[in-house]
Every structure is written in C-alpha cells, then in structure tokens.
Design a protein around this ligand. Structure first.
Ligand SMILES: Cc1cc2nc3c(=O)[nH]c(=O)nc-3n(C[C@H](O)[C@H](O)[C@H](O)COP(=O)(O)OP(=O)(O)OC[C@H]3O[C@@H](n4cnc5c(N)ncnc54)[C@H](O)[C@@H]3O)c2cc1C
Length: 393
C-alpha cells in the first residue's frame, strides 16, 4: 500500500512527537505521517526508570504522548522502515508499504548495546521500551533477586528503582562506583554509600562474561570467574544509534554510527533531516556531538519539525540532562568526563563540579543543586568558572 505525506517522520519516540508539534508551529495544514516499529505509542522514556517505580500516582497512560490527537499526524505503529530512497522520496517498510514524502525526518534513536555471551531471554531484559517496562514490572516481585548489569544512567536508575520496590539488587559494573564514568571521586563515593545504605550489593570492577537461562532464572559468569544466580537480569550498557537506514540511503554517518546533521539539522541528502538520540549535531558551545537525553530529544525534535516545515533557523541549543538516584539527583550540562580535570565546589547543600579541558570549563554537574542550568550554560559559554566557584541562578 502507498501513503503520501508532506512530512514523514521515521521513528515514533519523543523526538518524533516533538517534531510533529514543531511542524504544526509553522504549517497548520501539511500532512504528517509517523512510522515507528514499536507496538506502543511514544512515551516519555525517563518515566520508565523513575516515576513509574516510585510515584504511586504515575501511570503509563500519563507518560504516553499522543501526536495523532495533538497534531493530526497519522501514526503507524509496529512498522519498521527498512529502505529509504532519497531520489524517489519514498521510504519502504518491512511489510512492503511505501511512504512517499516531501521532506523526511529520521528520528530512529537507538537500540541497547548488547553484551556478547548474554542473549536476551525471558529472564534477561535489555532495558529501553514500554514492552521492557511491562516485562520487568511483572518479573520484579518483592524478594526476587535482580542483577543489574551496567553502572551508567539506566543501570543506576533501574537498580535504585528496583531496590525501592523491595527487590534484592546486585549491580555488576567494571567501574569503581555506580556513575563513576561521569562523577569525580567525591561524588562517586556518596553514590556508593547511598546504594550500600539501600542494601544494593555492588560488584564494582567486574564485568559479565556470559549468562544462560536456568530452570529458576539466570546464571551469570563474571569475568573474575565467579558465578551469580538471579531471578532476572536487567542490562543497561548504553545505546547503539540506529543509523543503518541512513547508511543504506547514502547519508553521512558519524564515527559512532549516528547521523551527521548541519546547523539546520539537515543530513547530507536533500530533504532528509535527522534529530534526537541518533543525530550527531553541531553544538555551538561544545562542538560536534551526539546526546542521548530528553531535553535534546524534545528541543531538537521541535527544531527539526520547524525546519522541515521551512523555518530557516540555526539550531544552537546546548541540552541539559538529569537523573535521580534514590533521594540524590542532579542536572548537568556539557561533558561529564571524570578523566578531565575536575573542580568540586560546595554550594546550597550540594556540589557544583566543573569539568575542565585545557583550562576551559566544558561541563558543569549540579549535584543536588537546583535552578542553575542557565548559569551553568553561561559558564560553559565563557569557558571560565566564576571566581567564587559559586553559580548564581
Ligand atoms: C529508561 C530510560 C530512562 C531515561 N531517563 C532519562 C533521564 O532521566 N533524563 C534524560 O535526560 N534522558 C533520559 N533518557 C533518555 C531519553 O529518554 C532519550 O534521549 C529520548 O527518549 C530519545 O528519543 P528519540 O525519539 O530520539 O529516540 P527513541 O526513544 O529511541 O525513539 C526512536 C524510535 O524509533 C524506532 N525506530 C528505530 N528504527 C526504526 C525504523 N527503521 N523504522 C521505524 N521505527 C524505528 C525505535 O524503535 C524507537 O521507538 C532515558 C531513556 C531511557 C530508555
């Protein structure tokens, strides 16, 4: 079957939803098609590792986005686009449907990075989607034992969420502490203490070699040779950007597999744009980068929608990001890389961490410090930390 749209959005996540809204800011009437391969509608993904586990009033429905109702877009779910022909201006789905377009946006995000030797199974969940949330909810009964593999964003949040739902949690990660890939030692120590206080077992400095299902659950073999039995395993090892479609269409990709866009979010082929987790964009303050966070998805998505509809605007947003771990939390801007020089300043009962590259501030972590994101962006823009070290909101 053939469908034709003025604007075709490939992928149905937060970026797609924001893009449809962005289109409508400029063009109230143009037809919009959104094609996503998940069977669930777009959702605010942060809820899947936070609110839905810790807020009794939070519901999946409350976190679900509805671009069809809000923008009049036609939304196709459970349909994977497998081919994109920029000359013929048509995308083809796995079921053989064709989607013609005037302009297209690739908002395909990414898929969880996989671990060799640990296949997804009934008891092993690579965590990202609503379907993953439903499975984990069902499996994560009080007093079950869950192993969380990975100490990054998703691993740290899911471990905290499960622990707050009376699941016994063991975390396995190669770094020295949960979040040690982002935090300086002082903060990493606080995080370690908080997880310990909650009863989460930390197997720091350890990786998973392999795993297999057993009659009761899963047995993991760790790289120190020990084994670990669990009722379920949740894996959070970061994202592999879903840029393959672009490659097959001859669109330029970044070294990490993302899709390269210019300062108007255009890809290297005419009338095809990209945004969100998959896009490698030009940040005016930090240079070319790819960001896997909500503010990036919604702000870049909206800008891409406006660009699709003809707005001639440079994209110049530096996104913030945030995370909550038990009663600890933070907002941050820029590069959080503890291998850089860091400077930690106590402020308002929390800490501000400056990450310096060659003397220039390239990242600011606001650890339990709130309402200071704009000030942090100004610091990164100037490259210089305030003389007192304190940030004014
Ligand atoms: C559990 C979780 C918690 C998070 N928490 C935070 C947080 O606290 N703070 C924060 O800032 N960010 C957080 N994030 C990150 C944030 O949610 C993402 O940056 C954002 O959702 C990215 O949106 P996206 O639309 O670009 O990509 P995605 O959400 O990946 O959406 C892309 C969609 O396109 C589909 N797709 C891919 N290829 C095709 C194809 N060929 N055809 C059709 N469809 C396709 C995918 O299946 C997917 O549904 C979290 C993410 C997760 C998973």
């Amino acid at each position: 079957m053939r469908h034709d749209y003025d604007y075709l959005i490939i992928g149905a996540g937060m970026t797609a939803d924001a893009a449809a809204r962005g289109i409508r800011e400029i063009d109230p009437a143009g037809s919009i098609g959104i094609v996503g391969d998940e069977s669930d509608p777009p959702v605010r993904r942060p809820a899947l590792s936070k609110d839905l586990w810790i807020d009794d009033d939070a519901t999946l429905t409350g976190s679900t986005l509805d671009p069809a109702a809000d923008t009049g877009a036609e939304v196709f779910l459970g349909q994977r686009i497998t081919g994109l022909d920029p000359q013929g201006k048509v995308a083809t789905s796995a079921t053989g449907d064709e989607f013609g377009y005037g302009r297209a946006l690739i908002a395909t995000g990414g898929t969880p990075r996989h671990l060799d030797g640990l296949e997804p199974s009934e008891h092993v969940i690579y965590y990202r989607t609503v379907a993953d949330y439903r499975r984990l909810r069902e499996a994560a009964q009080p007093d079950t034992h869950a192993v969380v593999v990975g100490g990054g964003y998703i691993g740290s949040e899911i471990a905290a969420a499960l622990s707050q739902n009376d699941v016994h949690v063991t975390m396995v990660f190669p770094e020295d502490a949960p979040g040690a890939g982002r935090f300086p030692t002082e903060i990493a120590e606080q995080v370690t203490a908080r997880y310990g206080q909650a009863g989460v077992q930390l197997r720091a400095g350890t990786g998973v070699d392999s795993g297999h299902d057993t009659a009761e659950g899963v047995q993991l073999t760790l790289d120190d040779g020990s084994t670990l039995d669990a009722d379920l395993v949740v894996v959070g090892l970061g994202l592999q950007p879903a840029g393959d479609l672009a490659e097959s269409a001859g669109i330029d990709r970044s070294d990490d597999g993302g899709i390269v866009v210019d300062d108007h979010l255009r890809t290297s082929v005419d009338d095809v744009f990209a945004a969100g987790d998959v896009a490698s964009y030009l940040d005016p303050r930090l240079g070319r980068r790819r960001v896997e966070h909500e503010d990036n998805a919604t702000t870049m998505g909206q800008a891409a929608g406006r660009a699709l509809a003809g707005a001639d605007e440079k994209y110049a947003h530096t996104p913030m990001f945030y995370s909550d771990l038990f009663d600890l939390g933070y907002e941050a801007v820029g590069r959080m890389d503890p291998s850089l020089e860091t400077d930690v300043v106590e402020q308002d009962g929390g800490s501000v961490v400056y990450y310096l590259d060659d003397g220039r501030v390239v990242g600011v972590l606001l650890w339990n410090v709130w309402n200071a994101v704009d000030a942090a962006k100004s610091v990164i823009e100037s490259g210089t930390r305030p003389e007192s070290g304190l940030l004014k909101s």
